[in-house]
Design a protein around this ligand. Sequence first.
Ligand code: NAP
Length: 307
Amino acid sequence: MTVMFRRVAILGIGLIGSSIAHAIRAKKLAEHVTGYAKTEVTRAKALELGLVDAVFPSAAEAVLGADLIILCSPVGSYADLAREIAPGLMDGAILTDVGSVKGAVVRDVLPHVPAGVHFIPGHPIAGTEQSGPESGFAELFVNRWCILTPLADADPAAVERLSAFWRACGSNVEVMTPEHHDLVLAITSHLPHLIAYNIVSTAADLEEVTSSEVIKYSAGGFRDFTRIAASDPTMWRDVFLNNKDAVLEMLGRFSEDLSALQRAIRWGDGEALFNIFNRSRQIRRSIIAAGQDTAAPDFGRGAPKSQ
Ligand code: NAP
């Protein structure tokens, strides 16, 4: 693969930032990678793992001379970061991000972007429930979608350059508006996380079922929610604070459908239950057919190792 950027600055070196760094290293996409992280522990780890060539305690320093800057911290931190880095951004540079919401990112970042800098928001639809610089890996983005939400007046050449970068990381790239992104992700990602957090919290509050029973019999379905509910609390707090309208819209629809299921159970309407469950199965099959998950039984896991 040929070098695509001279100097890439990664601001926030957690799961996503470190995975991008690994992918850049693996495919030799940049000559030089700089990083910024809030804590000394993460900065030291980023150097130790060889994720970056240089790491800085200030984002303003990390972006100097960079032709690609990627915000990889929780979205609630973007406004402050954008304000801080703005004076040091190079003319012609591409400023992008990986945040899980897009409308709020445009609202928070755009006012700080200097003329001559290409601001192209982005969101790789790839992740795990792990966080931190040690959790990243180069293949995270392979065969996953990356959504770019360029503004109406974005330079097509800059959008294509960023698209080519994500394709080189293994992703398929799709372009849409920030509003559409937020609506789609509200149902495909944000609501499932909210439901997982809620079911785990409900189980934790039960009095008649002991917590050891919840853990012991978790293979009945509960454990798959706990994986999602183990996701980073700061990141997800920021997602819900910043995609309020779309999440509330989807939550309203979800509550109506849940009430319909409740009624079908109460009235013993087996046909309604069967039809809904059967349709869900088709959706699962379509996800596998689209290469977005494995058909291996038990979600691809082997039997748990005994301690
Ligand atoms: P993560 O592993 O928790 O890493 C977050 C990084 O941001 C760390 O380097 C942390 O620094 C830094 N950070 C935290 N708070 C900060 C603040 N207030 N100011 C500046 N830096 C701060 O998170 P992640 O999973 O990589 O998520 C990062 C971004 O990717 C989020 O915007 C998220 O919405 C998006 N995203 C996540 C996923 C996913 O599945 N996880 C998928 C797609 C997109 P320290 O380590 O020094 O504290």
